[in-house]
Design a protein around this ligand. Sequence first.
Ligand SMILES: [Fe+2]
Length: 133
Amino acid sequence: MIEWDDKYSVGISKIDDEHKQFINIINNAIATNEHNDDPEELKKLLHSITMYAINHFSTEETYMIEFNYPEYQYHKEEHHDFTKKAIEYCERVTHGDSQFADEILEYLKQWLVNHIQVTDRKYIDCFKRNGLK
Ligand SMILES: [Fe+2]
């Protein structure tokens, strides 16, 4: 489980709120997976993580384009890698490969925490300079 901590904050309320929701969805998926072996359930959870990710990445990327953020390309690629991986996992689970559920959720969790703490921090100055708070 991931617990929200100030070290995850980028200091921009809309983005922090979305990151908190993202963490909640992943935590729910981890909790459900621990108490439930149903591959259908896991499939649904992975699907909602993927949908949430696409939505949230679009929030960040829209600001990046609007503010001419210089590291947009690189950042977008990291988002793209995550989405690709999440979709790939959805497909694996759909094809009955659910014994890797723990591993999958651990990967998604680690990715998110690392991304928030490293890559997302780099846009803080740019976003704040452009009036976000
Ligand atoms: Fe990001």
